[in-house]
Design a protein around this ligand. Structure first.
Ligand code: IMP
Length: 180
């Protein structure tokens, strides 16, 4: 089993690139079914979601859709600060659009809770959430429950496939879990 050591923590491979590809395909099929007669706008949450988003939009080859980006920050190291900061604000008009937020991971749900309120306030006609990972037992905001989930994960810190530890390891093609 592949493992990574970072700042004294050992991370072990948990989801292989092949398993991730199967999860992305399944999420893509659900979105295609739900949006075949719509023109969704994907709001991709930087930095972490860019890897998942790149695979997801190509799993939607042929669907008429647009993509835009937003960058928020709520995390330092391995613990949440509970504050959401808009580092790169939305560049695109979302009024009357069917928006799908693309996230790498939904943890407490604070990020999604605030983003949904932000997008609704800007007049989006619908806002749904697609995430690669969902820490369902940590969810604190009921309205942040994601609509499309690649894989559920228990309450361990994970890295790889866009997810970082202090900025590093986003480029791992598998997802690794911290060893307790
Ligand atoms: P939430 O606002 O508590 O749902 O946290 C969401 C954000 O926290 C994600 O977009 C990630 O940037 C970060 N995050 C939460 N859990 C992890 C993890 O296990 N590994 C890496 N980043 C994480």
């Amino acid at each position: 089993m592949r493992s990574i050591i970072e700042q004294g923590h050992t991370f072990e491979e948990w989801l292989t690139a092949g398993q991730i590809a199967a999860d992305v395909k399944q999420v893509g099929q659900q979105i295609r079914r739900d949006y075949e007669d719509k023109e969704p706008l994907f709001v991709i949450v930087l930095n972490g979601a860019f890897v998942f988003a790149a695979d997801l939009i190509r799993a939607l080859d042929g669907l008429r859709c647009e993509q835009t980006f937003i960058r928020v920050s709520s995390y330092w190291g391995m613990s949440s600060t509970g504050q959401l900061e808009f580092i790169v604000p939305l560049q695109q008009v979302v009024e009357n659009r069917d928006v799908i937020i693309v996230e790498d991971i939904v943890d407490t749900g604070l990020t999604i809770h605030q983003l949904k309120a932000h997008l609704r306030g800007l007049g989006a006609s619908s806002v749904r959430v697609a995430t690669m990972l969902f820490k369902s037992n940590k969810l604190e905001y009921e309205d942040a429950k994601p609509d499309y989930v690649g894989h559920e994960v228990t309450d361990e810190f994970v890295i790889g496939y866009g997810l970082d530890f202090d900025g590093f390891h986003r480029n791992l093609d598998a997802i690794y879990k911290v060893k307790k």
